[in-house]
Write a protein that binds this ligand. Sequence first.
Ligand code: PMT
Length: 392
Amino acid sequence: MLTGKRVVLAVTGGVAAYKSAYLARRLLEAGAEVEVAMSDAARNFIGAQTFAAITGKTPVIDLFGQDLVSPHTELARWADVVVVAPATASTLGKVAHGISDDLISALLLATTKPVLFAPAMHTEMWEHPATRENIEKLRSFGYHFVGPEEGGLAGGDVGIGRVAEPESIVEELKRLMGAPEEPLEILVTAGGTREPLDPVRYLGNRSTGKMGHAIADEAARRGHSVVLVTTSGLQTHPAVEVVRVETAMEMKEAVDGVSPDVAVMTAAVADFRPADPSEEKLPREDGLDSVELVPNPDILASVVAREDRPYVVGFAAETGSVDRAIEKALKKGVDLMVYNDVTKPGSGFGTDTNEVTLIDASGEVEAWPQMPKTEVAARLLDRIVADVASRR
Ligand code: PMT
């Protein structure tokens, strides 16, 4: 699907730049025309001559002094798509703040074509609040991301920050350049419900809504129409229709009002609620020997039981092996169950990353490595869209 597509491969300065030589070759093999642009720092890690030998074209390495009169705008207009691999924290920061003081940042500001970033950096740099903010900003501008992945980094360190493999980058480009996804109506539930004991106190859980919001945002970016029923106050993509709720009963009512093609239930719904919440704050002096609880409805089960049943994705927050989640998937009758072990570092509640295993309707499992929740969201949507398309 890259046949005849004009790809500008922008290489910035990280040790992962050596992998971009393989990427250039994979792009050519996929049928793309490739022009390489390199930052000064990139040439500390790999020579321009390497790319020239692979692509048959001299890479553009400077804003000034080469044959092109205006290299950044000429490349920007020539491209069907720009891929930045590796993308350093510095380049991401420049583009997020509109700085264009070198070839690559000027090219990225000048182009109106899709841009795919493949970030690579040390874990500390990837997790720095400035980088997190820049990534969110770039996503909100419509930039695309692939990776980074978990694995070996420069200097023998291990962690998240390794550039995505060339094959993954090519796959992501194919997806970006392919036919647009058929728009679907997608319902997402997110966050932890709060079940009041009195007007001040509630029974709750640790869900922040990050996982569900990442899915809703990614779906909206792809042009799907999204209703997000959430207890979380996190910001969302402007195209997402947000219904804010607090309790399981409110969540159920909001979900009942939507007839989607796909339902993705990431919310951590309390299975029980206090039977008789007090209308007044309970005074400490009165004590509280026990709280009577009554069961909440199983919202997911009610969606699965519908006559016009959508494609249903459940999430299973577990504290042990995947077996319980497989059991749950089969019992609940979902099309896909996403299991996460919430006791694993970097997985589950409140984290920016997640490590999930997909379980399909027949109990087949597919384990994914730890990755940012935004990446889990993107890959999960790829899977959902492919499954729904194959059923139509
Ligand atoms: O929000 P974050 O901080 O990003 O954390 C993400 C997460 C850990 C909450 C998320 O990845 C996750 O695992 N969500 C499911 C949490 C959960 O409650 O799992 P469960 O095993 O109790 O429920 C299984 C499924 O049934 C879930 O899809 C749940 O939404 C649904 N359910 C459960 C109970 C109920 N009464 N109604 C439901 O619809």
